[in-house]
Design a protein around this ligand. Structure first.
Ligand code: HPA
Length: 268
């Protein structure tokens, strides 16, 4: 299995480092890797089973290091379902984090908002998701473990920790349900209306497969969206990837504060 090869390679070069927390950085959030100390990076291209770096803004590397004393593993760059039509493209990376010793996976993404108050530049803590694509990264898995319980998939304790940090830091943290659309075209206004009616608060093209995989591999999950735009039909501004990247910078500072404070408190 390619995961074994990747884990072996990382272990052989990382002198017994054991990351406790894994983090996947979404579009425009790669900057976060800059604040990691004692970095040791591996290109996805050298790790069997890892995807090739895809969309602009995604570097395609795994970095081991520390933030505020916590041993972490950062996945800078994710592959999306829309790139290949394969929902399990992040299986080896997520499995690798679990094998390296991570117990928690923090997922970040850029998302469109369905809540009028949660404007571009805000941060949303995900409480649950709706899989609007009908596909699963676990298609083809064998055995009973594939029937993953998705109740409290977004870990209540970790959510509480992030809420407390936000309160302490005076950061408004929206909470909501993430709706996964497959992309790469943005949603239609009718799809956004449907998502709202069904209980969605944010919309995006990633994260859900990684949450399912993380739960499959036994990792606790917490997920944070930076709101880069109002969803289709909710504002006069045309949707584009460029706009996503520009607005990612605006919420980045709050996200960086939330994560740094979390790491400050999480080392054992
Ligand atoms: N829709 C889907 N994905 C996104 C959006 C959106 O509005 N914004 C950022 N990623």
């Amino acid at each position: 299995m390619s995961v074994n090869k990747s884990v072996k390679l990382i272990r052989s070069k990382s002198k017994g480092r054991r990351p406790k927390v894994g983090i996947i950085l979404g579009s425009g959030l790669g900057f976060f890797a800059d604040i990691v100390e004692n970095k040791l990076s591996f290109s996805y291209d050298d790790l069997p089973g890892f995807p090739k770096a895809g969309v602009a803004g995604h570097a395609g590397q795994l970095t081991l290091g520390q933030i505020s004393g916590t041993e972490i593993a950062v996945l800078q760059g994710r592959a999306h379902y829309y790139e290949s039509g394969q929902a399990n493209v992040m299986k080896t990376p997520v499995h690798t984090l679990a094998e390296l010793g991570c117990e928690i996976l923090i997922l970040t993404n850029a998302a469109g908002s369905l809540i009028p108050d949660a404007k571009p530049g805000s941060v949303m803590l995900l409480t649950d998701h709706i899989n609007f694509t009908g596909v699963s990264p676990l298609f083809g898995e064998q055995g009973n473990a594939r029937f993953v319980d998705m109740v409290d998939a977004y870990d209540p304790e970790l959510r509480k920790s992030f809420q407390e940090i936000a309160n302490q830091q005076g950061i408004t943290l929206y909470k909501g349900v993430y709706t996964w659309f497959c992309g790469p075209s943005f949603e239609t206004p009718a799809e956004i209306k449907a998502a709202k009616l069904l209980g969605g608060d944010a919309v995006g093209m990633s994260t859900v497969p990684e949450v399912v995989l993380a739960r499959f591999f036994g990792l606790k999950v917490v997920a944070l969206s930076i709101i880069t735009n109002m969803a289709a039909g909710m504002s006069a501004t045309a949707l584009s990837h460029e706009q996503t990247m520009e607005n990612a910078d605006r919420a980045a500072k709050d996200l960086e504060t939330l994560l740094s404070e979390f790491f400050q408190n999480s080392h054992a």
